[in-house]
Design a protein around this ligand. Structure first.
Ligand code: AMP
Length: 191
């Protein structure tokens, strides 16, 4: 199985690249942001609870997202592998994911971390806000908070995978196809 953690700050292009990768490598896409937004749309209790954090650009509590992802892994048994997008976002989530996958004897293969300048991130997010209507992409102060939360709470997850020799930084600047080429090259080396 090929289990990829696609990592990077908000606006790094994780969703765009995940869509291309899952087609090429026949993987299942697990995006906690997408799952939370669909819970919100369906106005479930989980969605309404998560909204309080998402609206401010804060992280939803670990227990909520860990439970959510476990359910999705279990309901996709027989998959070739997974692309985790926007998860894990804290060391506690990374530990919980390792434990879940150890139980299923299918560990994380590689963490690919997209590296993008802050100026470019803000530009991409504001543009996406216009196209998608996502509220958290339309307000510059919420965007700044998400990038701050990324640096404070999420970036340390790199060390977790680096200690397992699974971390690989990828230049996330340039065209979608160039970035995709870099990601594929890194995957093909470990596959
Ligand atoms: P994203 O679509 O990945 O940018 O996520 C949008 C929002 O959903 C984030 O700003 C968080 O509020 C929440 N969220 C998504 N994934 C996670 C996660 N793994 N842990 C905590 N909060 C998350």
């Amino acid at each position: 199985m090929l289990n990829i953690v696609l990592f990077g700050p908000p606006g790094a292009g994780k969703g765009t690249q995940a869509a291309k990768l899952l087609e090429k490598y026949q993987l299942v896409h697990l995006s906690t942001g997408d799952i939370l937004r669909s819970e919100l749309k369906a106005q479930t209790r989980l969605g309404m609870e998560a909204k309080k954090f998402m609206d401010k650009g804060e992280l939803v509590p670990d227990t909520v997202v860990i439970g959510m992802i476990e359910g999705k892994i279990d309901s996709n048994q027989g998959a070739n592998g997974f692309i985790f997008d926007g998860f894990p976002r804290t060391k506690a989530q990374a530990k919980a994911l390792d434990e879940m996958l150890a139980g299923k004897k299918t560990p994380i293969t590689l963490m690919l971390a997209l590296e993008v300048d802050k100026e470019e991130l803000v530009k991409r997010l504001l543009l996406r806000g216009k196209d998608s209507g996502r509220a958290d992409d339309q307000d510059k102060s919420i965007i700044e908070n998400r990038i701050r939360v990324y640096h404070n709470e999420t970036a340390p997850v790199k060390d977790f995978y680096d200690a397992q020799n699974k971390y690989k930084g990828i230049d996330g600047m340039g065209s979608i196809d160039d970035i995709f080429g870099r990601l594929c090259k890194a995957i093909d080396l470990v596959k």
